[in-house]
Design a protein around this ligand. Structure first.
Ligand code: NZQ
Ligand code: ZN
Length: 395
C-alpha cells in the first residue's frame, strides 16, 4: 500500500440537525444558493425548515430548483448563472445525490466563464480542472451515493448522451449536515436502490483493488453487512429513523474514502452503468443491480480468491479451497437474491432495455475511461466484447 489521504468534510450527523444549517452556513457568508430537485423537499416541509434556519442566522437565499435525477449539464449552467447573478457566497445542496452532484459542479462553474462541461471527463483533449469554487454545504435527503462527504459528481450531457464525472479535492463539501429524519419520506423503491448503490460502492473497491488491504476489506464487509441488516428494515418501515440513520451512515462510509484508500481500485460496474443511464435515464442503482451480479460472475473466474472471501465473510459460506469457484458463484447468487428480496431489478428486461445498444454502451464506456489499450480498467480489464458479454448475460 502506498497512499495519501485526506477528507476535509466536516460531518454533523444525527436526527434533528437540520436546525443547525443556519449556524453552519453563517461561517461561509450571507447569501446561499439553495439547490433542490423535483419538489420532494417542498412537499416534505424540509425546504421551509431549511429556510427558517438560514433566516434565523441572518442568511438570505436564491434558489435553483428542478435538478433532475441524473442531473444535466444545462441545469448546472443555469444554477451557476443564478449564483453569479444573485451574488451568492455559498451553495446549500438540499436533496439526493443528483442535487448534491449538481451543486458541486455549480460551485466551480459559478467562478468559471467557460462551459461547465469542460470540467467533466468525457474523452476531450484538454480537461478543464477548476481551481476555485464556492463553498458547498450538503444536506442529503436520501441515503445512497455518499456524495455528501466525497469530492465526486456525476453529470449528464443530454445533447451528446454522455454521463460522466469529475472528482477533485476542490469539490469536497465544506460541511455535511446529515439528518436521517430527512429521509423518512423516501419511497420504498428509492430506499432499496440506495442500499444497492452503497453496497456497490464497496464491492467495486473490494473486488477490483490490490491485494493485502485487510483493513479496507473488513470495513467494506462491515458496510455490506450493515446495509443488508438495516436496509430491509428501512424499506419495511420508512418511519424507522434508527434504520434510516444506519443506512445513511453506511452510505457515507461506503464512499467517504476509507474503504477505497490505498486499493487503487477501478470502478468498472459504475463506468458501465453510467453509460447505460445516459441513454435510458434510469435510476443509477437500478442499473447497478442489473450489471453488478452479471459482472461479478464474469470477474469471479479471474479473481476467484477474493470472491471466495466475499462468499465466506458476507454470506457465511464454506469454501473447499481458496479458489473454489462454485463457492464464489454461490456467494454471487446469494447477493443477487438479496437484491431481488429488496425489490431491485436484476435483468435489463425489467428496465425495458433490450440488446440493441450493448456495443454502443461498451464503446462509450472506454471513451471515458480506458487503460491505454482500449480496455476498461478493473480486475480483469475488460474489452468491448467482454462488456457486451456481461450485458448480454443480464438480458
Ligand atoms: O428530485 P426530488 O423531487 O428531490 O426527488 C428525488 C428523485 O426523484 C427523490 N428523493 C430524494 N430525496 C427524497 C426523495 N423523495 C422523497 N423524499 C426524499 N427525502 O429520489 C429520486 C432520486 O433522487 P437522486 O438524487 O437522483 O438519487 P440518488 O441519491 O440515488 O442520486 C443518484 C445520482 O448520483 C450519481 C448517480 O449517477 C445519479 O446521477 N452518483 C453520484 C455519486 C457521487 N457523487 O459520489 C456516486 C454514485 O455512484 C452515483 O454515480
Ligand atoms: Zn453508485
Amino acid at each position: 500500500m502506498n497512499f495519501e489521504f485526506q477528507n476535509p468534510t466536516r460531518i454533523i450527523f444525527g436526527a434533528g440537525n437540520l436546525s443547525r444549517l443556519g449556524e453552519v452556513a453563517g461561517e461561509y457568508g450571507k447569501k446561499a444558493l439553495i439547490v433542490t430537485g423535483g419538489g420532494s423537499v417542498k412537499r416534505s416541509g424540509v425546504f421551509d425548515r431549511a429556510v427558517e434556519s438560514l433566516k434565523a442566522a441572518g442568511i438570505s437565499f436564491a434558489e435553483c430548483s428542478g435538478i433532475e435525477p441524473n442531473p444535466r449539464i444545462t441545469s448546472v449552467a443555469r444554477g451557476a448563472q443564478t449564483a453569479r447573478k444573485e451574488g451568492c457566497d455559498m451553495i446549500v445542496a438540499l436533496g439526493g445525490g443528483s442535487v448534491m452532484d449538481a451543486s458541486k459542479v455549480i460551485s466551480a462553474a459559478a467562478l468559471y466563464d467557460g462551459d461547465p462541461w469542460d470540467m467533466i471527463l468525457h474523452g476531450q483533449e484538454k480537461v478543464y480542472v477548476p481551481t476555485e469554487a464556492l463553498p458547498v454545504i450538503t444536506v442529503p435527503t436520501l441515503a445512497a451515493t455518499g456524495s455528501e462527504t466525497n469530492c465526486g459528481a456525476v453529470i449528464t450531457n443530454e445533447e451528446t448522451t454522455v454521463k460522466s464525472f469529475i472528482q477533485i479535492p476542490l469539490l469536497y463539501p465544506k460541511v455535511a449536515v446529515v439528518d436521517p429524519e430527512l429521509t423518512v419520506s423516501v419511497p420504498k423503491d428509492q430506499t432499496a436502490y440506495g442500499v444497492c448503490d452503497l453496497i456497490t460502492h464497496v464491492t467495486e473497491s473490494y473486488l477490483n483493488g490490490i491485494d493485502n488491504t485487510p483493513i479496507q476489506d473488513r470495513l467494506a464487509e462491515g458496510v455490506i453487512l450493515t446495509a443488508m441488516e438495516w436496509g430491509p428494515k428501512a424499506i419495511a418501515d420508512g418511519d424507522d429513523v434508527e434504520a434510516r440513520a444506519q443506512i445513511q451512515w453506511a452510505a457515507s462510509v461506503a464512499l467517504i474514502g476509507w474503504c477505497q484508500v490505498g486499493t487503487n481500485a477501478a470502478y468498472p460496474v459504475h463506468m458501465m452503468e453510467h453509460t447505460v443511464s445516459a441513454y435510458h435515464d434510469i435510476t443509477h442503482a437500478a442499473g447497478l443491480s442489473v450489471i453488478n451480479p452479471a459482472w461479478m460472475r464474469f470477474a469471479a473466474k479471474t479473481n476467484t480468491a477474493k470472491f471466495v472471501q466475499f462468499a465466506e465473510r458476507v454470506f457465511g459460506l464454506s469454501a473447499k479451497s481458496a479458489d473454489d469457484l462454485d463457492c464464489a458463484l454461490e456467494g454471487i447468487d446469494r447477493f443477487e437474491a438479496f437484491l431481488r428480496s429488496i425489490g431491485c431489478p436484476t435483468r435489463f428486461s425489467e428496465l425495458g432495455i433490450d440488446d440493441a445498444l450493448f456495443e454502443t454502451y461498451a464503446q462509450d464506456t472506454v471513451k471515458i475511461v480506458n487503460d491505454g489499450n482500449g480496455n476498461l480498467p478493473g480486475i480483469p480489464p475488460m474489452s468491448i466484447e467482454d462488456m457486451v458479454e456481461v450485458f448480454r448475460s443480464a438480458l
